[in-house]
Design a protein around this ligand. Structure first.
Ligand code: FES
Length: 68
C-alpha cells in the first residue's frame, strides 16, 4: 500500500472525539472547524465531518483530494 506523499500524519488519543474535514475548507486541516456549514449554505452541498472515536492511542495517515 502506498501512502500519498501529501498525507497528513496525525496522532489520536484514546477515548476522545475527533472530526476530520471532508470538504477542504477548514482552516485547521485535516481537522474540521465547521467551515463546511458556510460552504454547504453557499454551494448547496451537504458536507459533514468524519467522526473518529479511537479506543486506543493511534497514529494515522489521512488524505483527501478535497484538501488541495
Ligand atoms: S470544515 Fe470541512 S468538513 Fe467541516
Amino acid at each position: 500500500m502506498e501512502i500519498p506523499s501529501d498525507a497528513e500524519k496525525i496522532t489520536l488519543r484514546a477515548n476522545k472525539k475527533y472530526k476530520i474535514c471532508t470538504c477542504g475548507s477548514s482552516k485547521t486541516l485535516p481537522y474540521c472547524d465547521n467551515s463546511h456549514r458556510d460552504l454547504n449554505e453557499k454551494k448547496g452541498t451537504s458536507y459533514k465531518s468524519l467522526k473518529i472515536f479511537p479506543s486506543e492511542d493511534i497514529t494515522l495517515s489521512v488524505f483527501s483530494k478535497n484538501w488541495k
